[in-house]
Design a protein around this ligand. Structure first.
Ligand SMILES: C[S@@+](CC[C@H](N)C(=O)[O-])C[C@H]1O[C@@H](n2cnc3c(N)ncnc32)[C@H](O)[C@@H]1O
Length: 249
């Protein structure tokens, strides 16, 4: 992705609107923390966790309350400063998930988390770079949680309305079948009906078979695929896929 494209993507993540949306889904961090607890039990793993990208720290917060040894990484200054404020007990580092080896200085983690649809904002080559970078810092398992392209294809409305207080959030989405990228224009409307802001981004959505190819190229093998933060085996009609990966030998 070009430098200008990267800057535009970062602007989206750093906008007040996006941050208020992330804060609204804070409690979901607890569900993920419970899921990770079970993951560690099932796969007999140690307790060091890398949360990347960590966003506002909602998953790190609940994991640290459970006594896990957590490090959070995010590229955004704003996200990192909010995460430090929200979760003072956890260390957070500003850094690029495409280059994790440089950021964590040779450390490897029992669990590496890449949650909440955090791939697809860059090019496909860069997504592979992110997966290789996650592989570099994984000694136990890596977890990738993404929206399922096949679900998105059949269920994404052209226009979607959601009330995320204090705004009505209106997404206009266009799926491009040539690239499997969705172009989203999101508008925020206040209680008086005035548009008070908007963000625009493009995201590549992946089908499971594409993810399986990519993670293999990055040096992982797939241990299991589940539906969101449940332990139900993933099916093609599910909105989210959660891949559990281990470094291939
Ligand atoms: C969808 S949010 C998910 C955050 C977190 N995983 C959660 O569940 O709350 C995506 C995050 O990716 C971060 N991000 C985008 N590009 C990144 C990069 N190259 N390296 C690290 N973080 C990045 C953004 O700043 C944003 O906080």
């Amino acid at each position: 992705m070009s430098a200008a494209g990267e800057e535009a993507t970062l602007k989206v993540f750093e906008s007040d609107f996006y941050i208020s949306e992330m804060t609204k889904v804070w409690d979901e961090g607890q569900k993920w923390s419970e899921w990770v607890k079970e993951l560690i039990k099932r796969f007999n793993l140690g307790r060091s966790v890398l949360d990347v990208p960590c966003g506002v720290g909602r998953v790190s917060y609940f994991l640290s309350k459970e006594g896990f040894n957590v490090l959070g990484v995010d590229i955004s200054d704003r996200m990192i400063s909010l995460a430090r404020k929200n979760v003072p007990d956890v260390s957070f580092l500003k850094g690029d998930m495409r280059k994790l080896g440089d950021i964590v200085g040779g450390q490897k983690f029992d669990v590496v988390l890449n949650l909440f649809n955090s791939l697809g904002y860059y090019s496909e080559e860069e997504d592979l770079q992110i997966l290789s970078s996650l592989r570099q810092v994984t000694k136990g398992v890596a977890v990738i949680n993404l929206d399922n392209r096949d679900y998105v294809l059949f269920n994404l409305p052209d226009v979607k309305y959601a009330y995320i207080p204090p705004y009505m959030v209106i997404d206009n989405s266009r799926f491009d079948p040539m690239t499997s990228r969705v172009q989203v224009i999101r508008k925020y409307v206040d209680g008086k009906g005035n548009e008070v802001g908007s963000i625009e981004y493009s995201q590549r959505f992946y089908s499971l078979h594409e993810m399986v190819n990519m993670v293999k190229k990055a040096g992982f093998e797939v241990l299991g695929v589940f539906s969101g933060y449940s332990w139900k085996n993933f099916e093609i009609v599910d909105p989210e896929m959660t891949l559990i990966l281990s470094p291939s030998t």
